[in-house]
Design a protein around this ligand. Structure first.
Ligand code: SAH
Length: 255
């Protein structure tokens, strides 16, 4: 059974208007949009980002949510698309303690569309982390709060914890696969894509203890290219955040 996302993230969470709205005029929301509101666990009175059929984004106040129907009042048109044209998926080996929450928050702000925590041979396991203090149940809330704060139109997908092999499998459809590797590598980060302009990228990030040689081999065998982020060893959360920002800068919407 493929693992499915734990936070109702993804395209179904886009709150879509049926037509181009008139500002300050209440617009009824379709069943699909009502489902999207449920993904956000939205409340009446709250302000969220909604999109029209051309994907133009608006800030809108949710005016009603009830079984008879939902509606919102768009009041501001946003100057550009909020969601990046580049699909960035981050496969992050579980770091210690609350640093994963920082990763979730920052990757959400950076427009990542899928975040996959994984257990690699040198990473913390979910059990070890939760035995100290159970925090993983808070992860969806961290993503949801960050999405609201940075005005995203869509909740990024938060996946359940994957094994290393499951993570490689999950990343298979992406067009470009980069493995952040601090060992001896031949390629710099930008050489990892050169003049290729992919629409989807998977980033594989190792734990504090790094990847094992077997994992490096396995990842390479499934198309991951090991790339360097320079001469200093970054903490795992820094590596993930910096790499996502570089991708948005070179290939996405942070220009
Ligand atoms: N095993 C290392 C530290 C790992 S750093 C040691 O103790 O020497 C944690 C993860 O961050 C790495 O697995 C890698 O994915 C990423 N990372 C950190 N610094 C990096 C760099 N300079 N280039 C590429 N990836 C890096």
């Amino acid at each position: 059974m493929p693992l499915s996302c734990v936070n109702n993230g993804g395209p179904a969470s886009l709150i879509r208007l049926e037509r181009v709205p008139q500002l300050e005029v209440e617009a009824p929301l379709s069943q699909a949009a009502q489902f999207a509101l449920a993904c956000w666990q939205a409340r009446p009175g709250e302000v969220l980002t909604v999109v029209d059929p051309d994907m133009t984004a608006y800030r809108a106040r949710i005016t009603s949510i009830d079984p008879a129907g939902a509606a919102c009042t768009p009041f501001q048109r946003l100057p550009g698309a909020v969601e990046s044209p580049l699909r960035i998926e981050v496969y992050q080996s579980l770091p210690d303690r609350e640093r994963f929450e920082l990763v979730l928050q920052k990757l959400t702000e950076l427009g990542v569309v899928r975040m996959v925590p994984l257990e690699s041979s040198h990473s913390a396991t979910l059990e070890e982390r939760d035995a100290r203090q159970k925090k993983s149940h808070r992860w969806p809330e961290v993503v949801s709060k960050a999405s609201r704060q940075c005005r995203r139109a869509m909740l990024p997908e938060l996946m359940p914890v994957h094994s290393f092999a499951e993570a490689l499998d999950r990343a298979a459809p992406t067009e470009l696969k980069l493995m952040l590797y601090e060992g001896h590598v031949l390629w710099s980060f930008t050489e990892g894509f050169g003049s290729f302009r992919p629409q989807s990228v998977a980033l594989l990030v190792g734990p504090e203890g790094g990847f094992s040689p077997a994992e490096v081999e396995q990842a390479q065998a499934t198309g991951f290219m090991p790339v360097s982020l320079g001469p200093r060893i970054l903490r795992t959360e820094t590596a993930a955040i910096v790499a996502a920002a570089l991708l948005q800068s070179y290939l996405g919407d942070m220009r």
